[in-house]
Design a protein around this ligand. Structure first.
Ligand code: PGA
Length: 328
């Protein structure tokens, strides 16, 4: 593992963009693995700038995105901020600005698929058919996840449906509630995501980490033991892996026994109990699908689940956010 520490997130984006440029110079038909979230935005901006200056050509590039929210997909009828799908994120922040062949060369999981299991199998086959991922770009969650492989994900997992931890929902509060104008209980409880095993097969991997909120996750990734509780640590086994961090993330505190990775943001429910309830909800949703439930019906099931968790564990959303603040 190589660790590169730079002054700020802009510099991280530029450094990563140069790696992409080298990759495309070596092979204009490269297959790139793409990530969403706030971290890679400076990278995408830099790639767009290079494209506009004619330094980059994406006409032969193929991309595979890591993940998408289950039950969400591109919805052009909505305002950009209201459409919280990762598909829309990629379109707004990257694809529409460059000469990539969209949609034929921009693979992304579809959260609206009627058959998630079959859809995931097909995605794995599409990656293989494209020749595998040459360069994978990753962010890292504050709980140490890569893609949406939350703590507890098998380190050999493949593309599949995975529940989001409650703490991840709280992390994504700003996007969904502040930007999108949704209620907390409208948030997706599941993702459809490449597995850790899928990510590990990329020939080269770069992971970007910026801001103080990523400090603990970065410390665990660089120096902690390999554990499914911090799925990014699987990358310690990767042969061509570079971490690109800004100073703020790199100055993060190490984890100690007394202060585990992160609490769950939940007052009375352990993470395990939450995870088991989410698994049960997914089984119920799959059974409902077979009986003909629509996407809206499934969203209602999720909303009820979150309403119940919120009611039992917190006085209200304000209390939830204060609990999150205290964890930091
Ligand atoms: P972020 O997300 O870049 O928005 O912090 C990172 C992740 O969850 O992988």
């Amino acid at each position: 593992m190589r660790v590169v520490i730079l002054d700020n997130k802009q510099a991280v984006g530029e450094y990563a963009a140069n790696i992409v440029e080298e990759q495309l110079a070596e092979n204009p038909d490269s297959v790139l693995g793409k990530a969403t979230g706030s971290t890679p935005i400076p990278l995408y901006q830099e790639l767009i700038r290079k494209y506009e200056k004619k330094e980059l050509d994406f006409s032969r590039v193929i991309t595979f995105n890591l993940d998408e929210y289950l039950l969400l997909g591109l919805n052009l009828k909505l305002d950009a901020k209201k459409d919280q799908s990762y598909h829309r994120f990629m379109w707004e922040n990257f694809w529409q600005h460059i000469n990539i062949k969209y949609p034929e060369n921009t693979y992304i999981l579809n959260g609206l698929t009627p058959n998630p299991e079959r859809h995931c199998e097909l995605y794995e086959k599409q990656i293989v058919k494209a020749g595998g991922i040459d360069l994978q770009i990753l962010g890292i969650g504050s709980d140490g996840h890569i893609a949406f492989d939350e703590p507890g994900s098998s380190l050999s997992s493949r593309t599949r449906v995975k529940y989001l931890l409650f703490s991840t929902l709280v992390d994504n509060y700003d996007a969904f509630v502040k930007e999108g104008g949704y209620d907390f209980t409208d948030m997706p409880v599941f993702s459809i995501t490449e597995g850790v095993g899928t990510v590990m097969e990329a020939k080269k991997v770069i992971l970007l980490a910026t801001g103080r909120g990523k400090g603990k996750a970065l410390a665990a990734l660089v120096e902690g033991p390999v554990t499914s509780q911090v799925t990014a640590t699987a990358l310690q086994y990767h042969r061509n892996f570079t971490v690109i961090a800004d100073k703020e993330a790199a100055e993060g505190k190490e984890l100690t026994q007394e202060k585990p990775m992160k609490r769950d943001g939940l007052r009375d429910l352990s993470r395990h109990q939450y995870a088991m309830r989410a698994e049960k909800l997914y089984s119920q949703m799959q059974a409902a699908r077979i009986k003909g439930a629509t996407i809206d019906d499934l969203k209602t099931m999720q909303k009820k689940f979150l309403e119940e968790i919120l009611a039992k564990n917190f006085g209200g959303i304000q209390e939830l956010l204060e609990a999150k603040q205290k964890e930091k």
